[in-house]
Design a protein around this ligand. Structure first.
Ligand code: FES
Ligand SMILES: [Fe+2]
Length: 423
């Protein structure tokens, strides 16, 4: 079939939906709830960008591996004997079996359970029994996947031509590196399946317009300013939400951060880049993102000699956000499962020498974000259900939702670029 003299693409319907998109408004219904959009997102769009997979603390020792899946594609992130972290498709070069089914694990070699082809941690095929003469092991190593270490945050790209990442690396690493994620450990990891499209889970993360009515635990320690509203940098912008008191507080805090060597200017999705980095004051005297505001882990992270009443927040398009406190780090990522189900993975990291039950208590460490995640899961779920109904019309963003629009713009621009390449 042809359209205007060219072969009809299986994604022409997506292009038509993108054409309906209105600036300042939510997306057309089928881009959120449709199977075609989900297929496009997982088979094309999300393979054209860098995706956050895990931190270096998830693959701490040689032989540690972490499985990262995008729809039907599975990737293994592996720490080699040389300390380097590599990524490979989780598919055996013999007859294609999945090599590792476990989410995480430790292995001296990667052995396919089917016929026991065995690979080194660097992906080289080491052993394959009874192959014909002329079989070349060197040609049957695991297929590598592009991976980048951004200050201890590991990003993979499943496409053949990964987009630039250099500025993201420089900007994030400069602020995250002092937390020394190589010397952190994963204290606990949660996997929550939200009943909503992945883009709605992201949109929900990109605004705090909903915080005051939904997140009592979070507001007690983190506040809502700085998440799309209230910063001095916002002042004068069309529709900016001014909060004079917060501007005064953060002004004084920034002077203190400069004294401690912690201050960097706000980085907010510069140009066509896909990262935001902001240090924000904690609220109500808190020094950590905990229910009582006290540190959750008494063994502080470098470079802190004392608890600090701020947290560094990092957001990346299209699938992660992270908060760095002086005593722990909480790292979030999402991956689509189906059009209406999304995996949200939350990891709490502490100093590698911190001892559970002595330096930290898991229930206390996780309390604020476990409560917040459940509240957000419900919000994303009702959002998805309402969008899926006949009464849905794309609605206008508020002045507090500029970062939602930045996410939507990232999605639509990358979608158009990917469609152009698809022909
Ligand atoms: S499919 Fe892996 S060894 Fe046969
Ligand atoms: Fe929320």
């Amino acid at each position: 079939m042809t359209v205007c003299g060219r072969a009809m693409s299986r994604y022409d319907a997506i292009a038509a939906l993108l054409d309906q998109d209105r600036p300042g408004h939510t997306l057309p219904q089928q881009l959120y709830v449709g199977q075609a959009a989900f297929d496009f997102d997982t088979q094309v769009l999300l393979k054209s960008v860098w995706l956050f997979a895990c931190t270096v603390a998830h693959v701490k020792r040689p032989g540690d591996y972490f499985r990262f899946d995008l729809a039907n594609t599975s990737v293994l992130i592996v720490r080699g004997r040389d300390g380097a972290v590599r990524a490979f498709y989780n598919s055996c070069r013999h007859r294609g079996a999945r090599i590792c089914e476990a989410q995480t694990g430790q292995a001296s070699r990667l052995m396919c359970p089917y016929h026991i082809w065995t690979y080194g941690l660097d992906g080289r095929l080491l052993a394959a029994r009874n192959m014909a003469d002329g079989f070349d092991k060197a040609e049957h190593g695991l297929i590598p996947v592009a991976i980048e270490n951004v200050g201890g945050l590991l990003f993979v790209c499943l496409g053949d031509t990964p987009p630039p990442i250099d500025r993201v690396k420089a900007d994030i690493a400069a602020q995250v590196a002092p937390y020394d994620l190589e010397h952190c450990k994963v204290a606990v990891q949660d996997e929550l399946v939200e009943e909503a499209n992945w883009k709605l889970v992201m949109e929900n993360n990109r605004e705090c317009y909903h915080c005051e009515s939904n997140h009592p635990e979070l507001l007690a320690c983190l506040g809502s300013n700085g998440f799309g509203k209230g910063l001095p940098e916002d002042a004068g912008a069309a529709g900016a939400v001014d909060d004079t008191k917060f501007v005064e507080v953060i002004g004084a805090e920034r002077e203190e951060w400069k004294r401690l060597g912690l201050y960097h200017e706000l980085i907010e999705f510069p140009g066509d880049w896909w990262h935001r980095v902001a240090r924000l004051p904690l609220a109500n005297g808190a020094v950590s993102q905990t229910v009582d505001g006290a540190v959750a882990c008494t063994k502080l992270l470098a470079p802190f000699a004392a608890p600090n009443a701020s947290s560094l927040s990092v957001w990346t398009q299209p699938n992660s956000w992270h908060h760095f406190c002086s005593d722990h780090v909480v790292s979030f990522s999402l991956m689509p499962i189906t059009p209406d189900r999304t995996l949200v993975r939350t990891s709490w990291l502490v100093h590698e020498e911190a001892v559970e039950g002595v330096d930290y208590d898991v229930a206390n460490l996780t309390a604020v974000w476990r409560a917040t995640n459940l509240q957000d899961a419900w919000l994303a779920q009702i959002n998805h259900r309402g969008i899926g109904s006949d009464g849905y019309r794309p609605g206008p963003y508020s002045t507090e939702e500029k970062l939602v629009e930045r996410f939507k713009d990232f999605y639509t621009s990358r979608a158009r670029a990917a469609l152009a390449l698809e022909g």
